[in-house]
Design a binder for this molecule. Structure first.
Ligand code: PLP
Length: 558
């Protein structure tokens, strides 16, 4: 049996020796982006230190070197996915840009009102929204393959949806939210039988298993460098040359032309026709280095190790009462998605972060799938080959401790009457008196218990604040005093404890004030004083600002 030398492997990733919030970093957010080995970092540095020049155009020493390295990276990608020609590899910013390119170039020039585009309910927004836009532009219809109870693509529904009207099948190779690996080869074969063009979103596949685009016979395949140990800002669109040759350019400018005159312009050959402007040269070279790194590993041992991590995680997860795993059936990539009843995933995610454990919470850019599952999000742990069994055990040990501590401090948030909202100055003072962010954070969580009861009849869609990871309801009443001045009283509720706590701060700050007073106030200063802007995660800060914006909008137009 082959094995990985994990100690040595982990040494190759400098960031894995770092700490987070005072604890050794445990990185379980690999589906969002992977860490980078020294080899990749060095390749980028070396390019800038020794070879930096623009590619293709200039005729000097450095430019020749830069061009050679840049084109070498292209042929490394070609061999990595077994494309027939290197000109079938188009550099993009990432999966999202690759799909937009196909939708706007191929889709826009080939689709018409009677045509159908087939995607699945488990797609990332990057493989939904570009198709919605092109459907709108061309009059084509978007159809959606559902998933079964096992969260696999419903292949019998696929057979029904696949007709001679289907012009494009665009599905992911592996799901970023639930890990399902789809039977793309079989589905492509079926799609070909009705003459459909096929696109595979390989963003979650490339880091986990070998890809052979000739074997699966897709027309397009897309992926991002940063999800496979390479840099951000570089990605790949593979397309069969017979498709790419017949497609119009998407973006226009330098490099993609053959000849420009005001009488007319002719376009460059592949792949340059689709690479307008100066490309991400260091990114491509870094991605080439990432491929060399992946190819230096034993791929069977890598898959075995990742599967083992997932199996351990599932075993530990199943031992936690009230932990609800999103159902998975093999084959899947190495991740698991779950919720713990009584807690919002983002609260648990933040508590794990305090222990140095990086997980992802939320809808993972798959809102339609979450709606189908009846969830507003999950906590996702996604593994890579550099993670260890010890890290998985440590992650679950921490999770169990967090849940035990929560049980002792009480997780219920019994509402209290509105009059008991704390005075904002006293509240600020007591929060500032907390020793360190950790205890201030716990105080904010506890504060959620003082959130006044939210009117049940206003718990409706129109009162939901968009832009929050959790569900947040906000409503208001206004009172006219004898002097005819209006004052506003807001009510907020959320299924996330941290948001309940933050809402107490907001309500204490705003309630009972006049609209003009609200509009001229500056709650951001309070957020800064309390360290919220600095310490809350970006998604929490976005949520807090979304609630604040809604309050300001109401004050603007009470
Ligand atoms: N498709 C899938 C399945 C993904 O997981 C992601 C990113 O998470 C994307 C597309 C978008 O990738 P990028 O943001 O690198 O363009």
């Amino acid at each position: 049996m082959s094995t990985l030398n994990l100690n040595q492997l982990r040494q190759a990733f400098p960031i894995l020796q770092e700490t987070a919030n005072g604890h050794p970093l445990v990185y379980f957010d690999n589906a969002a982006t992977t860490q980078k080995p020294t080899l990749v970092i060095d390749a980028i540095n070396q390019y800038y230190q020794q070879h930096n020049a623009n590619v293709h155009r200039a005729s000097h020493f450095l430019s020749t070197q830069a061009t050679e390295q840049f084109e070498l990276a292209r042929s490394q990608v070609q061999h990595f996915i077994n494309a027939r020609h290197s000109h079938e590899i188009i550099w993009t910013k990432g999966t999202t840009e690759s799909i937009n390119l196909i939708a706007q170039s191929y889709g826009r020039s080939n689709l018409s009102p009677d045509d159908e585009i087939l995607v699945s309910v488990m797609e990332h927004h990057a493989n939904i929204v570009p198709w919605q836009i092109v459907a709108e532009q061309t009059g084509a219809t978007l159809k959606v393959i559902p998933v079964t109870q096992d969260n696999q693509l419903d292949l019998s529904a696929f057979e029904t949806l696949l007709t001679h009207k289907t012009k494009v099948l665009a599905i992911c190779h592996a799901s970023n939210s639930i890990g399902t690996i789809n039977p793309v080869k079989e589905m492509i074969k079926r799609a070909k039988s009705v003459g459909a063009t096929t696109l595979i979103d390989g963003a979650q596949a490339v880091a986990h298993f070998a890809i052979d685009v000739q074997d699966i016979d897709c027309d397009f395949y897309c992926f991002s460098g940063h999800k496979m140990f390479g840099p951000t800002g570089i990605g790949v669109l593979y397309g069969k040359s017979e498709y790419l040759n017949n497609m119009p350019p998407w973006q226009a400018g330098g490099e993609m032309i053959e000849r420009v005159s005001f009488d007319g312009t002719t376009f460059n050959r592949l792949p340059f026709k689709f690479e307008a402007g100066t490309p991400n040269i260091s990114g491509a070279i870094g991605l080439g280095a990432a491929i060399r790194f992946i190819q230096s590993l034993d791929s069977d041992a890598r898959v075995q190790h990742e599967d083992n991590l997932r199996a351990i995680a599932i075993k530990r997860a199943c031992a936690i009462p009230n932990l609800e795993l999103v159902r998975q059936v093999q084959p899947t990539v190495s991740l698991l998605s779950f919720n713990i009843s009584g807690y919002h995933a983002s609260d648990i995610g933040m508590l794990l972060d305090k222990q140095g454990i990086a997980v992802r919470t939320g809808h993972h850019c798959t809102m339609p799938l979450m709606q189908h599952l009846g969830l507003d999000g999950t906590l996702r742990m996604s593994f890579s080959f550099y993670n260890t069994e010890a890290e998985v055990h440590h992650g679950f040990d921490c999770l169990e401790k967090i849940l035990a501590a929560e049980k002792t401090t009480g997780n219920d948030s019994t509402p209290v009457p509105v009059s008991t909202l704390p005075d904002i100055n006293a509240l600020t003072e007591s929060l500032l008196a907390a020793r360190g962010w950790e205890s201030r954070y716990r105080m904010i969580m506890q504060l959620g218990k003082q959130l006044p009861a939210y009117p049940e009849h206003l718990r409706s869609e129109q009162h939901i604040v968009p832009g929050c990871d959790s569900t947040v309801w906000l409503s208001h009443t206004q009172s006219n005093s004898a002097s005819e001045t209006i004052t506003l009283e807001f009510s907020i509720d959320s299924n996330a404890r941290i948001i309940k706590g933050l809402s107490v701060i907001l309500l204490s700050y705003y309630n009972g004030r006049q609209p003009e007073d609200i509009l001229s106030s500056n709650v951001e200063t309070l957020f800064d004083t309390l360290g919220l802007s600095k310490h809350l995660s970006p998604s929490r800060n976005n949520g807090l600002h979304a609630i604040n914006q809604r309050i300001l909008a109401i004050a603007q137009n009470p």
